[in-house]
Design a protein around this ligand. Structure first.
Ligand code: 26W
Length: 808
């Protein structure tokens, strides 16, 4: 494009934007608020996407290529405006025009609410997979719930987490289209009776409670291509808002009760990450989006397939994201048999061929199991089908392993009066996969070993990945520019090209530019901390960051105890030689998770102690950033020097934050867990710092009753001092962390915090030495960026295509 063409386009943009402002606000540009400016821009974006969206859908409706549907109870998509602009290739234009019109581009973008429709890793993974599928021009869609309230907003008040409702829809949401014409009725409760209709046994559902599922579609635009896929989020509504006869009799409250009961289903996201709590409303949610999603897929498929279900599983993949959508199996069976009139065997073949299942956790407390009575009552027909799936499965087992009653009972989908959802998902899918090599191995050898013996060919491994567009190009534009200037732009379409950066591994000019980018990003985060936490930090200090959900197994506690130990060392020797450090934490605790909330309290108490102490000469700072979400994450990753990935080995299925840090040049300080192991393989041992027990060692201790934490305590004066400080008032008057203290000593330290403490302290020492040699440090940092290509979610999607969905 020559410059006069560009000027023309800019003039057109400005005129359209000015007109849009009038349309959305009834005011002229000079008087329009930031919110209205954002809404105007959002409308323009939607207008430029929708015709491509319609074209993509027309193409898909011909059923020529296989469609993938991600069923997930969470989609943590984050803000979308910047992605849309960048994917459309107009970000520079909009930025330039905004500046010329005297508008504040970043401020306009920050008007967008951040849809927190997920808890953490699993929900964010889905968002990255949607982004990658579109970028790769692959037909894949999301199917989930449009929660009215997403994950709570976290405030820190007096050092404690306070939860505030996340009313993300309060100003409306411009990137969704409500499609009431595609609504589906979901049926709960009632009775099933069988009838003989024309010689066929037919099941009829009576006296059920109907709820309307209304879809809202969000376009997922591919990076600089023509593909626009869909994220379909279902909202629950009553069939009729009002019970009119009731209303007319004057029972006003009763007349609307049905409305609020119906709406309750999509009212709020359960805030538990890795913990199952068995609530009826949650089971309603699970069936809600499964039933609505499957119905729509079947209707759309038949419409373009001469009203027939032939070839369904050749054209449709239903991907189950953890067990929350495991009812896809029995629901698809129900539709095929009760609505499409197919027999059991044909229906079962189609179901197993269409379904695939990814597991995201091995923590036993997270594995879902629903009481039989609850399931039978709420979903009578679904329960009948599960019983039949199980009966046939047990028959098969009995054939294969006759008289092995104990084994066969342990594999039963229904056992001890519960429906075990992982069992249901495995039996009704053609593939089961873990999300990192170690995790998949643990699934095969431990968690699902019994099923692995029955279905050895069903088990796969696909290592997670993250969107390089969101977590590198859009969140670290300075680094993006430097990379493209150095190696050209091919990496923007294939992240493996980042390897070319290794050519600059000894180039002092590149070094300097690379360091400047990191410093600029650290200054940006430092400013954020000054304005949000009222703490001033030195941008030249090591930014040592742990951001993720707060959980015992992720061991924020290990990090916090080590900070306290460093504090003690500095108090003892104020001249201690060490690079200044800023320890940064962020993450939400599940509202009912007492222990995790205590850990937040502990971190903020340590921050108070450390930051107020002038004798430390600014060598140590601790910051807890409130309300970790996708938008905050985008500021944090580019500014990191150290990425803390210190879970108890064998517990973190993969981790994805570790990949986002790596892409932005942070050095991983981690245990041999999840995808950390693959990060080590990708960067080589000299560009990462690892420590601690291996998963095998942890497993071994656990098998033989743990280790004796008191022994470590008695041998290690550093640990004695730190643990005493938890309860002796060091951390503030009246503040005592007895529960944490007890968990470590009285209850034997189930997550091996004390056991790994010494190795962690050594590793931290090593980090200090490395950082104090800037040449080595920068080389390590560049190597991390250069070798991060394998952790692009484009690679993960390609793996799924090839191995699991069998799309060539
Ligand atoms: C039923 C309660 C519940 C809620 C959420 C159980 C389990 C979950 C998720 C499966 C937890 C989760 O998000 N797991 C994370 O998934 C990421 C993506 O695969 C992995 O990178 C993380 O290691 C894993 O903890």
């Amino acid at each position: 494009m020559n410059s006069s063409e560009r000027e023309k386009i800019k003039a057109a943009y400005k005129a359209t934007f000015t007109k849009k402002i009038e349309e959305v606000s009834g005011n002229c540009l000079a008087e329009a608020s930031l919110l209205k400016q954002y809404q105007a821009l959002a409308e323009m974006v939607m207008e430029s996407i929708t015709s491509q969206w319609a074209k993509t859908n027309t193409l898909y409706n011909k059923n020529e290529s296989k469609q993938v549907y991600f069923f997930s109870i969470e989609f943590l998509i984050g803000r979308l405006m910047k992605s849309y602009l960048s994917n459309l290739g107009v970000e520079d234009l909009v930025q330039e025009c905004s500046a010329e019109m005297g508008l504040d581009y970043e401020a306009i973008l920050s008007q967008e609410s951040d849809p927190g429709l997920g808890n953490g890793g699993l929900g964010r993974l889905m968002a990255c997979y949607l982004d990658s599928s579109s970028a790769m021009g692959m037909p894949a869609h999301g199917n989930g719930i449009r929660y009215k309230y997403g994950l709570f907003e976290q405030r820190i008040i007096n050092g404690e987490q306070i939860e505030v409702a996340d009313n993300w829809l309060k100003n409306g949401y411009p990137f969704e289209i409500r499609n009431p014409d595609k609504s589906v009725i979901v049926k709960y409760y009632g009775q099933i009776h069988s009838e003989n209709i024309n010689g066929n046994l037919t099941f009829v559902h009576e006296n059920y409670e109907p709820i309307m599922a209304v879809p809202y579609d969000v376009p997922i635009k591919g990076y600089r291509n023509e593909t626009v896929n869909s994220l379909r989020l279902w909202s629950a509504e009553p069939l009729e808002a009002f019970d009119l006869p009731c209303f007319n009799q004057g029972h006003f409250l009763n007349a609307v009760r049905h409305k609020s009961e119906a709406e309750a289903i999509s009212q709020i996201l359960y805030p538990n990450d890795n913990g199952f709590d068995g609530k009826l409303l949650r089971l309603k949610q699970e069936y809600f989006f499964v039933c609505a999603g499957i119905k729509r897929i079947v209707v759309d498929f038949k419409r373009s397939n001469n009203n027939s279900m032939d070839g369904f599983s050749d054209k449709i993949c239903i991907h189950i994201n953890d067990t929350h959508p495991a009812l896809c199996g029995p629901e698809l069976m129900r539709v095929l048999m009760d609505e499409e009139g197919l027999g059991w065997d044909d229906s079962w073949k189609i179901t197993v061929a269409a379904l695939s299942f990814t597991n995201h956790t091995v923590l036993p407390e997270a594995l879902e199991k629903w009481p039989v009575d609850m399931m039978k009552d709420l979903l009578p027909r679904i329960y009948m089908i599960i019983e039949e799936i199980n009966r046939r499965f047990l028959l098969e087992l009995d054939n294969e392993f006759p008289y092995d009653l104990e084994r066969n009972h342990s594999l039963s989908i229904i056992r001890d009066n519960y429906v075990h959802m992982a069992s249901l998902a495995i039996v009704s899918s053609h593939s089961v996969n873990g999300v990192a090599a170690l995790h998949s191995k643990i699934l095969r050898e431990e968690t699902f070993n019994g099923y692995y013996q029955v279905f050895p060919n069903r088990f796969y491994s696909v290592t997670n990945g993250v969107s390089p567009r969101r977590f590198l190009m859009n969140s670290n534009p300075e680094l993006k520019t430097l990379i493209t200037e150095s190696i050209g732009s091919a990496w923007e379409h294939n992240l493996f090209h980042l390897k070319k950066l290794l050519n600059y591994i000894s180039d002092p000019v590149f070094y300097e530019k690379f360091e400047d980018v990191k410093l600029a990003n650290k200054i940006r985060l430092a400013n954020y901390m000054t304005s949000h936490n009222n703490v001033n930090v030195d941008p030249h200090s090591i930014f040592d960051i742990q951001v993720k959900r707060i959980h015992e197994y992720k061991r924020q506690l290990l990090n916090a105890l080590h900070v306290l130990y460093l504090y003690n060392r500095l108090k003892e020797n104020p001249n201690l030689e060490m690079a200044p450090r800023t320890f940064i934490f962020a993450g939400k605790a599940a509202p009912g998770y007492y222990y995790a909330k205590e850990v937040i309290k502990l971190i903020t108490a340590i921050a108070e102690l450390v930051n107020a102490d002038p004798t430390l000469h600014d060598k140590l700072k601790v910051v807890f950033l409130a309300n970790f979400n996708v938008s905050l994450a985008e500021i944090i990753y580019p500014a990191a020097n150290i990425s803390e990935q210190i879970s108890t080995a064998g517990k973190e299925a993969s981790g994805t934050g570790n990949m986002k840090f790596m892409m932005n040049g942070a050095i991983t300080l981690g245990t041999m867990d999840g995808a950390n192991i693959e990060i080590l393989e990708a960067v080589g041992p000299s560009n990462i710092v690892t420590f601690g027990l291996s998963a095998d060692e942890v497993h071994h201790y656990q098998k033989y009753g743990g280790y004796r934490s008191i022994d470590i305590f008695e041998q290690d004066p550093r640990i004695q001092q730190v643990l005493h400080q938890l309860i002796d008032g060091t951390l503030g008057h009246g503040l005592s962390f007895q529960a944490i203290y007890d968990s470590l000593l009285l209850y034997n330290d189930g997550y091996f915090v004390l056991k790994d403490f010494s190795a962690y302290a050594d590793a931290q020492n090593q980090v200090d030495h490395l950082f104090r040699n800037p040449t080595i440090w920068t080389k390590m940092s560049i190597s991390n960026v250069a070798n991060s290509g394998i952790f692009s979610s484009d690679r993960s999607i390609a793996d799924y295509q090839r191995e699991i969905w069998k799309i060539i």
